[in-house]
Design a protein around this ligand. Structure first.
Ligand code: NAI
Ligand code: MG
Length: 504
């Protein structure tokens, strides 16, 4: 295929300059589904000029631990639009996910994943489902900040920010408005993570008020995910944080028929990246049997984004007509349901031969705008008063009796800073723990001022200075305690900015 697709086309798009995009073939089934998709785009008259970039497994194996080289970054920065096939990331070891690196470094804060049933042409138990998962794409546990702290304990930092939450929640409502969607559901776990998920939820409740014409509701993620799997037709737009969004978008794609069907748009202020939601499927790589539909649907979102909605519709409608004619790849093929089982290439051929056609009974695609045409206001940081009221000192201690470490520490109160409690994995074990509580070698020791100030809640926290924290740490060090990390305890505008221990 030529590098330049249809820049001289005489169709309705002839006045449009071909848009340059960075294209990555990816790993596993990536090259097969990318070639198939590019052939369709070429035949459809897409006004794009691909610039092929190297990233993923081969780049890692050649010794570049980032998985992406300088030229690829340059191309991405120049072109601002990336179209990529899935890439392989090792589990439990090895290099970091390049997908996450790309999404975060390029500020692609919103991951939009629409999934709808194609009943009765693709077998699904949920013929009426038509949902869009709007997944936060830059933070949460995917910040990827992990540490082993003691022999027993490893930690992953969950970061939820106000600007991040505001951006994604606002995006979800703006998306609903632009696409005529009626309801936005927020999914969180703020009964447990009161600060992190609590912030996301509070931001959702505040922003929902600005969109009175759109219904809003909140669900706790466990029951939310269960209901989404059981009755997806009750959902419209779902907005959630990174990890939950990753999980529920695979769930909805799979119950619609196959994880191989859904495409996704990663949208930022300046840049955008389009990809399938699934991975590199190494189990079926090189066999020409993978479903290219996820990437085809991603390309439809990309065409709409770069201002070619009519070509996007042309591709989408030909794809719908193919599915409707029962031409199915192995993952969605069903005996007595589908008409013909086809390879990746044959599927692409079938779509190409239907370009210009519309589906007969499925809803005809009529895109007006791309998900990137949604503008989000700049974040304004509110002024708050921050007060230091204590410190959690984490100690690596090999003993097992909380009373022993508690009594030893209690002897070393520094000035008026005193040990308030000790928790192990979040549960209070000193003073007055239960002997049944299992203890690891990771002890969180909370120090606060002995003086009380009833203006601050809970009443036994009082403003202290950083000097006193440092004195305490020096003292603990002198006494031979193995301090592995600390967390300052703050209040913001008089509101507690830390969680209580379970049982505190
Ligand atoms: P996966 O999505 O690659 O595969 C899960 C299952 O679905 C497999 O049985 C696979 O054969 C099937 N499948 C996936 N896409 C298909 C398609 N288009 N047609 C037919 N069947 C399809 O997930 P898995 O196995 O957990 O991950 C494999 C690799 O992909 C890992 O290295 C993972 O890190 C990476 N990955 C990359 C992503 C990306 O580049 N955006 C996203 C998700 C995973
Ligand atoms: Mg995923």
């Amino acid at each position: 295929m030529s590098n330049k697709i249809n820049s001289q086309s005489t169709t309705e798009t002839s006045i449009i300059q071909a848009t340059k995009i960075a294209v990555a073939y990816g790993d596993g089934i990536g090259p097969e589904i990318m070639k198939a998709t590019l052939r369709i785009l070429d035949a459809a008259g897409a006004m794009i000029e691909p610039e092929f970039i190297e990233l993923g497994e081969q780049v890692y194996l050649n010794g570049n631990t980032a998985g992406i080289d300088h030229n690829a970054w340059e191309s991405i920065k120049r072109n601002k639009i990336i179209f990529k096939a899935p890439i392989t990331t090792p589990q439990g070891k090895g290099y970091k996910s390049l997908n996450v690196t790309l999404r975060k470094s390029l500020g692609l804060f919103s991951n939009v994943r629409p999934v709808s049933a194609l009943d009765p042409f693709i077998s699904t138990g949920h013929p009426k489902m038509d949902v869009v998962i709007v997944r936060e794409n830059e933070e949460d546990l995917y910040a990827g900040i992990e540490h082993q702290q003691t022999q027993d304990v490893v930690q992953c930092l969950k970061l939820i920010t106000r600007p991040g939450s505001e951006k994604i929640v606002r995006y979800a409502f703006e998306y609903a408005r632009a696409y005529g969607r009626k309801k936005v559901t927020c999914m969180v776990k703020d009964n447990i993570m009161k600060l992190t998920d609590g912030l996301f939820h509070q931001v959702f409740k505040d922003i929902a008020k600005e969109y009175p014409e759109i219904k809003s509701e909140s669900q706790i993620i466990d029951i939310g995910a269960a209901r989404l799997a059981a009755r997806p037709e009750n959902y419209d737009v779902v907005v959630t944080s990174n990890l939950y969004g990753d999980i529920i978008s695979d769930i909805v794609a799979e119950i619609a028929g196959s994880v191989g069907l859904a495409g996704s748009a990663n949208i930022g202020k300046e840049m955008a990246m389009f990809e399938a939601i699934h991975g590199s499927a190494p189990d079926i790589a090189g066999q020409n049997i993978a479903n290219p539909s996820g990437l085809i649907n991603a390309s439809v979102m990309m065409l709409a984004h770069i201002g070619q909605p009519k070509i996007a519709d042309k591709v989408k409608n030909a794809w719908l007509a193919t599915i409707e004619d029962g031409i199915h790849t192995a993952d969605i093929y069903k005996e007595g349901w589908s008409r013909k089982k086809v390879s990746t290439d044959e599927f692409a051929e079938a779509v190409i031969s239907r370009l210009g056609m519309e589906p007969k009974s499925l809803k005809v695609s009529q895109l007006r705008t791309g998900s990137g045409n949604i503008k989000i206001n700049e974040y304004q940081r509110p002024q708050t008063e921050k007060t230091l009221v204590g410190i959690d000192v984490f100690i690596d201690w090999q003993g097992s009796d909380p009373q022993e470490i508690g009594n030893a520490l209690a002897k070393h109160n520094a000035g008026d800073l005193k040990l308030k409690m000790i928790t192990n994995r979040g549960v209070k074990v000193y003073p007055e723990g239960l002997k049944e509580t299992y203890c690891t070698d990771h002890w969180r020791c909370r120090y606060v001022s002995v003086e009380t100030d009833t203006k601050i809640s809970p009443p036994d926290y009082k403003t202290i200075s950083t000097d006193r924290l440092l004195l305490l740490l020096a003292k603990l060090n002198q006494e031979g305690f193995d301090v592995i990390k600390t967390e300052n305890l703050y209040e913001f505008d008089g509101k507690r900015g830390f969680s209580l221990g379970q049982g505190e």
